[in-house]
Design a binder for this molecule. Structure first.
Ligand code: HT7
Ligand code: ZN
Length: 888
């Protein structure tokens, strides 16, 4: 397979102004007629022939300006039409086979309904086309299908007409008034029902909102609808962006490769990010639904109205839209909270936790790439944490540097200039710069530099001069097998505070400034090394560095344990309070892991002051329950292994279990009190306050089930399981019961399965809870294999595969990395099984071994062998790219 390079971009030789599509929808063989108006692109080099992409299609006929055309050729990449005129009409009739399409790209079937997924390059599996985002056309779509089997026929835009046809068929005609790239095309046909709402937007226009689902799921659509309405109002208020279509539809589908898809006016969603009622969805599900509904809706402007010139610019829409959905979720949480700042901070902590855990590891491995990648083999492999999460941090830094108003002005200029266009990350940066009269040339490096930057901090207090000097130096660490250095220094907004001995923030004053200013200062680090001198500092402070995580970097500063305990207790920046706790606990866990590699961990090996510090947080009623839960949640085993020079999953597991048990026992009285006190009376409500209470209470249950008081924990878990009126409580109780083991666990698992047999998303939880259980005596590989033979398991449903196989590998690294290689054997089998079925999902699974060089020699060798085994039999370019890169 060939590598595509960013710098090879050339404009499309032809443009397509309009396309009329007609579908004869049949499961086995669907016929597509496409009539397109094409013309040569005046901006492009002359090209005599027209090359259209097409995959797995059968060409039935081709006419050019109404005349049958034979001057053409078909190969595995598509259709070439030779010697075409400057402007012409092309009519193509082709067929595709939805029923046998297991890739979930293009046109496919799920539960007997038709769906499409066209991003990034799925449209070419529907018909021959210039399937690239800078070719934007106006679509008119006619769908014809059997009326009884497919009573609902949907596509993008507005419904123009509908009616019956002979032979039990019917049709619907849709027109989308906005030119769009082919990746935003969608159709849905099936037996669906909708929850409907009508709203009036800012300009007074009435809009129809619909959430389409299978009939038995209608009671689970209200939260998604609420989220959609909130998102519409939020985008008007925060960015002045209004819904531009008469109707906006969301459709839920069970078989889906990702979370959701922002097709113009017809968003298609994984059921996991739409369906919720208190019985089947957890608090996290409710929060994720709000975030994903917001995300896809916000794409209507950032992605659809202004789209990407080429796929290297993916972060232009994804980074920006993730930033927007994060801001939306933070505003929503703050609006519903007693302590708005705390609610906002908890959201920020969750966002950063994912970045640090997933993106930092990606950036240090063989798939490391800049936010705007330089090359790819398969674009589906570049829907990554770097493009999404680091991309969102890059956008956030504009706001940190320019202020909220400045950022808004930049956004306004961006839309003013580029509405209806396909543009690049440079165009976005240019709009931000010009709207704020700032030179942001240096900021470009955030798009082109791969790897996580480190900021080394040195500080010096001069008691006589009452000055505190902070030196910031940016650098990179060579990563395994991919040594790289910075091309040039980045512009890093580095937020800092200085905390005095009483735990109070100092009003910061830099040398040369006439008066003290704010407690937090955003220093602009734009050189390799820079020194900042604060004056009028009366006593030696403790620095609070990178407040609110103002840049996606790793701070290196030699905090003592006591300083971290101090910041954990006093920092006014809640994010840094959490970060101090995480630094402390990570340090402790890594020391324990090193010890576990040499000897058994027995007795109490912990510094009592650390336990006391966490105990104080746990008991501090001035802190929100949500925040306390976050501070007392230990870093994951994957994150911890990543922090070791040589990842040793077994040692990490031992260390983490040891610390959990120590914290469980030392604070067992507090855990019991917390458990009793943080019940949520009244009916289930997914409010930030109730969610926080449930999170803390269920963390207490989890710690108690790891404590000596297992009989007490068993009683609490059993009672909670039986009485739960919501899935958060029921699944947390089930997790505790599984952990405690024995007959109660088996009985609860059987009950759960029976209760939710007809709720696939709940059954996913049933698989995931078993796959992620932390019981050393349990052979989980054996269990996973047994569960793979369960009648409810199928490789064809990505949610199910993620629930069982992905959850096991990421949630239980110690067992997956068993020294006998049984985990790797499972991985090889499943990557190869998925490789032909669903290459996109197979590649995601393949990535779970990409960090093999990081591991201890014995594991590394076996992982290497597993990668070579896959390479020998792989078919898809998706998986091949991952394995090739891992083995370089
Ligand atoms: N823009 C979408 C990305 C996407 C996707 C979605 C579903 C299936 C396959 C997909 N490939 C790419 C989702 C988003 O970021 O909003
Ligand atoms: Zn997106």
């Amino acid at each position: 397979p060939s590598t595509i390079h960013r710098t090879d971009y050339t404009p499309p030789p032809f443009l397509i102004d309009t396309i009329e599509l007609e579908f004869e929808l049949e499961a086995e063989r669907t016929t597509v007629t496409s009539k397109m108006q094409l013309r040569r692109n005046p901006q492009a080099a002359y090209c005599p022939e027209l090359q259209l992409s097409g995959e797995a299609l059968q060409l039935i006929s081709l006419r050019l300006d109404g005349v049958a055309c034979t001057n053409r050729q078909i190969d595995e990449a598509g259709l070439t039409v030779y010697d075409v005129p400057d402007a012409f009409e092309l009519t193509i009739v082709n067929a595709c086979e939805p029923a046998s399409n297991t890739s979930l790209m293009g046109l496919y079937l799920s539960n007997g309904h038709f769906f499409t997924q066209c991003e990034a390059q799925g449209f070419r599996k529907i018909t021959y086309f210039l399937d690239r985002p800078d070719v934007m056309a106006r679509y008119t779509v006619i769908l014809r299908a059997n009326k009884a089997a497919y009573p609902i026929l949907l596509s993008n835009g507005n419904l123009i007409e509908a009616g019956d046809l002979p032979n039990g068929k019917h049709y619907a005609k849709w027109h989308d008034p906005f030119a769009k790239p082919s990746y935003l095309f969608a159709l849905v046909a099936g037996q669906l029902v909708a929850l409907e709402e009508r709203i009036i937007t800012h300009s007074g226009a009435q809009k129809l909102l619909q959430v389409w689902v299978e009939a038995h799921d209608l009671d689970k659509t209200h939260h998604a609808m609420d989220a959609l309405i909130h998102a519409i109002h939020w985008d008007e208020a925060r960015f002045g962006l209004e819904l531009d279509l008469e109707r906006f539809m969301i459709v839920a589908v069970s078989d889906f490769n990702m979370g959701a898809m922002e097709n113009k006016g017809l968003n298609i969603f994984n059921t996991k990010y739409v369906l919720a009622n208190p019985q089947t969805a957890t608090d996290s599900d409710y929060a994720n639904i709000e975030a994903v509904v917001g995300h896809e809706y916000f794409h209507n402007w950032t992605g659809n109205r202004v789209t990407c010139r080429d796929w290297f610019q993916l972060s232009l829409k994804e980074g920006l839209t993730v930033f927007r959905d994060q801001e939306f979720s933070a505003d929503m949480a703050a609006a519903g909270a007693v302590n708005a700042a705390a609610a906002r901070a908890s959201q920020r902590i969750e966002n950063v936790r994912i970045l640090q855990q997933v993106q930092f590891a990606e950036d240090a491995g063989p798939m490391a790439h800049p936010v705007r990648p330089e090359s790819y083999v398969e674009i589906n492999n570049f829907y990554t944490a770097t493009v999404y999460e680091k991309g969102a941090e890059v956008v956030r830094m504009y706001q940190t540097l320019l202020g909220r108003d400045g950022f808004r002005q930049g956004m306004d200029l961006y839309f003013q200039r580029h509405d209806g266009q396909a543009v690049s990350c440079d165009d976005f940066r240019q709009a931000m710069a010009e709207a704020n009269q700032r030179d942001l040339a240096q900021f470009e490096h955030w798009y082109s530099q791969l790897g996580t930057p480190y900021v080394l901090v040195r500080s010096q207090y001069d008691e006589a001069a009452r000055t505190y000097t902070v030196t910031l130096a940016q650098h990179y660490k060579p990563v395994l097998n991919a040594p790289y250095t910075a091309s040039a220094p980045l512009l890093i907004p580095f937020a800092i505070g200085l905390v005095d001995a009483n735990g109070q923030d100092l009003a910061l004053q830099l040398a040369g400034e006439g008066a003290p200013g704010t407690a937090t200062r955003v220093l602009e680090l734009n050189q390799a090394e820079q020194t900042f001198r604060f004056i009028n500092v009366q006593t030696q402070p403790v620095p609070s560095l990178l407040r609110d995580f103002s840049a996606p970097v790793i701070v290196e500063y030699d905090y003592t344990d006591d300083e971290l305990i101090f910041l954990l207790a006093h920092d006014s920046d809640p994010f840094n309070r959490w970060a101090a706790g995480q630094r402390l606990v990570t340090r402790t866990l890594l020391a324990l892991a090193r010890q576990a590699e040499r000897t058994q961990l027995t007795g109490n090996q912990l510094n009592q002051s650390i336990i006391d510090a966490f105990g104080r947080i746990l008991r501090d009623e001035t802190l929100t329950p949500a925040f306390r839960e976050q501070v007392l949640t230990l870093p994951t085993e994957i994150y911890l292994a990543e922090q070791m020079d040589q990842a040793d999953p077994a040692a990490v597991h031992t260390a983490r279990q040891y610390l959990r048990t120590q914290l469980a026992n030392a604070l067992s009285h507090d855990w019991s009190t917390i458990y009793a006190r943080h019940q949520t009376p009244g009916p289930y409500q997914p409010t930030p306050a109730d969610m926080g209470q449930r999170a803390l209470k269920n963390l207490a249950l989890s710690y108690l089930s790891n404590s000596k008081q297992s009989a007490h924990a068993l009683h609490l878990a059993q009672t909670q399981y039986d009485r739960a009126d919501n899935m958060s409580d029921r699944s947390a109780a089930l997790a505790a019961l599984i952990h405690l083991g024995g007959q109660p666990a088996q009985a609860a698992l059987a009950d759960f399965y029976q209760r939710f047999e007809n709720e696939p998303l709940a059954i996913d939880k049933w698989f995931a809870l078993q796959a992620t259980q932390q019981r050393a005596e349990m052979d989980l590989i054996k269990l996973v294999r047994t569960l793979m033979h369960h009648p409810a398991f199928t490789l064809k449903n990505p949610n199910r595969v993620r629930a069982l196989i992905f959850s096991f590998i990421s949630g239980n690294p110690a067992q997956f990395h068993a020294t006998n290689g049984s985990g790797y054997a499972l991985w090889v089998e499943q990557v190869l099984a998925l490789d032909t079925l669903n290459p996109q999902l197979a590649a995601r699974l393949a990535r779970l071994l990409e960090r093999w060089r990081k591991f201890t020699p014995a594991l590394r060798e076996q992982m290497h062998e597993a990668l070579e085994t896959v390479l020998a039999s792989v078919h898809s370019k998706d998986v091949r790219e991952i394995i090739d890169k891992a083995l370089i």
